[in-house]
Design a binder for this molecule. Structure first.
Ligand code: ATP
Ligand code: MG
Length: 428
């Protein structure tokens, strides 16, 4: 028999069993971004190598060691795209789209990076992205963050946290760069080989180093925030103000610089602890300057991209957890007498809805930990009996898998309510 040929290391087949999750993800993403007015764009998978060298930066990991580059039959150097932002800018410029108007665009597709394969890190992987052009303010950065936040909500993914930072204007970045170079020069002996090289070419990237031995030095480095001018501060304040008012929680991470060279002002990452080392599921920010760098008139730009494999992996873990304990309703309670009331309501529900899969929380614990259990249980609905509900003979109905406001109903109406909500949806 002939030898079996294997798939290329770091690349994966997506077999029928996993396709439903991929399709769900893609359908949700498309519907979501289009509802915000983003229009789809598709660019070729292969581009001239020069496009990526000029945009991403010749001294980034991506261009230095991760690109699949090869010579075309006519001698041109071509590369499989490692990311899609540069291609979108190139396409926009070529089509004459990026001169005046505003644009909101989205894409999805495979990217290629010759990295060391491990869980969550592959040589062919997929990204969803969004790019906006012609919009200068923090409002569009906030919009991009809100889109991602809503995406996690729609997917039912609760363990993803937002980190943000400001790199400031180009002038601030230059100023910070010299301060940083001075600092790292003073600690030259403690730098690893990569960092020594970057010291000359791209010192900000040293802050991005994943080398554990470098972390103390990086921790003690001068903070970028101290180099921000008033305008950059105002820009960042406007962003945090919108996030505060729209209820998006975030952490300012002074060390967040992102790997790519073309960012300024806002940078952000969405990170989860559930995936191990490869925990960043989405990264983005502002990249004014790139359009000009690629030969266009100067233009504002901001966007993000997210890693589909990492999201798929989270969705599969979530499905598995739900399959293990799956139930329809999780009843949580808190405060004196609440357990007895909860049990009485639950028994009454079981009388009327014999097929209902209802888990009544046991073992106490904070409200937050009860809600986490409710989420892990796979339940569609959490019923909540807090002190105020007990007092008022009501129960709160919280929808865990859909965007729908929480309701407060009289305990006496619970059976009717559950029948109408779960009537056709009860598991058999
Ligand atoms: P990382 O720090 O994980 O290397 P990155 O900064 O190189 O990420 P970006 O270029 O910002 O990543 O790409 C956006 C997203 O694409 C990442 O947050 C991640 O979810 C995903 N991603 C990047 N590289 C890979 C890869 N080799 N395999 C799978 N997903 C990836
Ligand atoms: Mg990387």
């Amino acid at each position: 028999m002939a030898e079996l040929l294997q798939v290329i290391r770091g690349m994966h087949d997506i077999l029928p069993a996993d396709m439903p999750v991929w399709n769900q993800l893609e359908d949700e993403y498309r519907a979501l971004v289009e509802s915000y007015g983003y229009r789809q764009i598709r660019t070729p998978i292969v581009e001239k190598t020069a496009l990526f060298a000029r945009s991403i930066g010749a001294v980034t990991d991506i261009v230095e060691k991760e690109m699949y580059s090869f010579e075309d039959r006519n001698g041109d150097s071509l590369s499989l795209r490692p990311e899609n932002t540069a291609s979108v800018v190139r396409a926009g410029l070529q089509a004459g789209m990026l001169s005046e108007q505003q644009h909101r665009l989205w894409y999805s597709g495979p990217m290629f990076r010759h990295e060391r394969p491990q869980k969550g890190r592959y040589r062919q992987f997929h990204q969803f992205g969004a790019e906006t052009f012609g919009i200068a303010g923090a409002d569009i950065e906030a919009e991009l963050i809100l889109i991602a936040a809503r995406f996690w909500k729609r997917l039912g993914l609760t363990d993803i946290d937002l980190q943000i930072n400001s790199l400031g204007s180009n002038e601030c970045r230059q100023r910070f760069r010299s301060i940083l170079v001075e600092y790292f020069r003073d600690h030259y002996d403690a730098l690893d080989e990569d960092s020594r090289r970057r010291l000359e070419t791209n010192p900000l990237r040293i802050l991005d180093s994943k080398n554990p031995e470098m972390q103390d030095l990086i921790e003690a480095a001068p903070a970028l925030q101290d180099s921000l001018d008033q305008e950059s501060r105002d820009h960042f304040d406007e962003l945090t103000d919108i996030l505060d008012k729209t209820g998006v929680s975030y952490e300012v991470n002074q060390r967040l610089v992102r790997g790519l060279d073309y960012y300024c002002h806002t940078v952000f990452e969405w990170v989860t602890e559930t995936l191990g080392a490869q925990g960043t599921v989405c990264g983005g920010g502002r990249y004014d300057g790139l359009v000009e760098q690629l030969g266009g008139k100067p233009n504002y730009a901001a966007g993000f991209s997210m890693g589909c494999e990492r999201l798929v992996s989270m969705l599969i873990d979530q499905d598995r957890a739900q399959a293990e304990t799956g139930c329809d309703v999780y009843l949580s309670m808190r405060g004196a007498n609440s357990v007895a009331v909860a049990q009485r309501l639950a028994e009454n529900l079981r009388d009327h809805l014999p097929r209902l899969e209802l888990v009544v929380h046991a073992g106490g614990g904070s409200f937050k930990s009860q809600m986490r259990k409710a989420d892990k249980s796979g339940a569609r609905i959490a019923l909540i009996l807090g002190e105020s509900e007990i007092e008022a003979d009501t129960v709160a109905v919280k929808f865990l898998r859909e965007e729908r406001p929480q309701e407060e109903i009289p305990q006496a109406d619970l059976v009717t309510k559950m029948t109408s909500l779960l009537g056709n949806n009860q598991r058999t």
